[in-house]
Design a protein. Sequence first.
Lengths: 261, 368
Amino acid sequence: MRDKTSRFGVFYLSLFFVMLYLPVLSVVLYSFNASSSTAQWTGWSLEWYRQLFRDRTIGQAFRTSIQVAVLTAILSAVLGTFTAVVSMWVSARMKKALQGIMILPLIVPEVALGVSLLFFFNALRLPFGILTLVLSHSLFCVPYVYIMVRLRLAEIDASIIESALDLGASTWQMVRTIILPLVAPSIVTAALLCLAMSLDDVIISTYMSGPRSTTLPVHVFSMMRVGVTPKVNALCTLILVGTFFIIGVSQLITKKRRFAK
Amino acid sequence: MKQPLLALVNLNKYYGDVHVLKDITFTINEGEFLTLLGPSGCGKTTLLRCIAGLERIQSGDILLEGASIKDLAPNKRNVNTVFQNYALFPHLNVYDNIAYGPRMKRSVREAELKQRVAEVLDLVQMSGYEERMPHQLSGGQRQRIAIARALINEPAILLLDEPLGALDLKLRKHMQTELARLQRKTGTTFVYVTHDQEEALNMSDRIVVIDQGEVQQLGTPRDIYNNPANLFVTSFIGDRNIFPVEVLETGAEQAKVRLGENVVQVRSSAAGRAALRAKEEAVLAILMDKMRVSCAEMDNALRGEVVSIHYAGSQIRIEVRVADRILTVVEYQKMECDCQVGDAVFVSWEESGAVLLPMEAGWEERGM
């Protein structure tokens, strides 16, 4: 009886993963297709990758994306960590309010968030470009950093903090020598997540992109309007590899941390 | 006469509406090993944390060497704490853990620091462990490092919050002697919190018994064991038979009391003497191991019937029913009389083992 259910479970799961990843795999496969049509397979080729690297606008969009992602990761890591650490000293009520404010950007639909940011930055007369991209990406990245650092902070035994103060550390010395080193792995993991999320974002970036600063996903999206070319497949494959790499690194850091415990 | 090092003056502490420390007043002498003893939740750890500066007090004062420290932050007080779970910094090795205090206070140079760390490691017999990480150490070793980390700061007082609570029985016994040795060797004043009466009696110069946020008794282990001041101390320290008796006559040192048809002379406590009056109820407490069972009738003994006999290694525990009460007698040597269950026997005791105390309302309900 148990055998039967487990066999069904394996079948169901396999089906689930095939449905989930088959389209992704086909994109990767067809990026190496020699034919310019995405409908038939005519043999292996790196032609589309060659074209991809020759495309200047894509190169520009790629650079913009990387710049925005790195700046977003840094800004979010700093703001999120700062808020999480400060929240250790505020009252329970403040903490709850802070928690709510932090979760809000994750609940508000991105379309609404995008429109409101558009109005906001317009009112401030900020030129749309890297700055607005970084600020808007940070808006939905800071909460992730905050949550991950908070989780790690909650794991730290209160007596460790008390004993640092007891041994003669001032509050700031204690934060610098005890709290920050202990939450560092979480900060790095969260920053990498921000990097991946910023690289991935389409909706908000569509609103925020300036005339000379389009991010890669936004550019891909606009390329799609003229139809799926194998070049898009090649680009998507590279984005996929890049994202997997970042997530892989962050997983490694988390794993290492577990061992260190 | 030793100088008082720390003075607690009418100290009060509330958590919201809960009055957790009530008018605590006593002094701690330089170089002594003082234990705060009480059941869990009695406020002993809170009191320790107030001295360390980790909790604020609402009224009263804490004087260290004559100066008030009640408004100072923990890092400005010349006291250090050893926490129950050791609280070693998990990301720092043994050397950096121990060097933490002096580094934060920038009190010594690195070269001198190395020398000092070596000294305290030697003191706790952990030389050679400098490079180890806390998770590579056993519970007992972590304990030693936590003590070394505190002692390197040369605090006026070392506060220890149930430091042996997490260790197994054998290690706990070993660490008891170890702590006493460290205390004598460094001459540091130790304030030790525990709920374990054996630990307290073994190690302390003086014991403060605390219950429900109040000091119940303060004295030497011998004093507290033999002359408990009230019913709480009587029931908390030592294994005693505690039962109500009727007072017939009161004298200077002695009182005549009645239990069922037995009339006996007993020693009354110093505190009890004033409060005891004839024809009233009082409570008699007798240490189980100061009692004897005899077959022959004798003076000043309670007549009863043997209910059960248990042999537990070197101890023999005999339960005797005396006028509706079951008393437990613990004998160590061969029993005086070879009684069997159901035999009529006489229970007597060494005079110093018994103490007569005034009755307190609701004493039986409080789990005594």
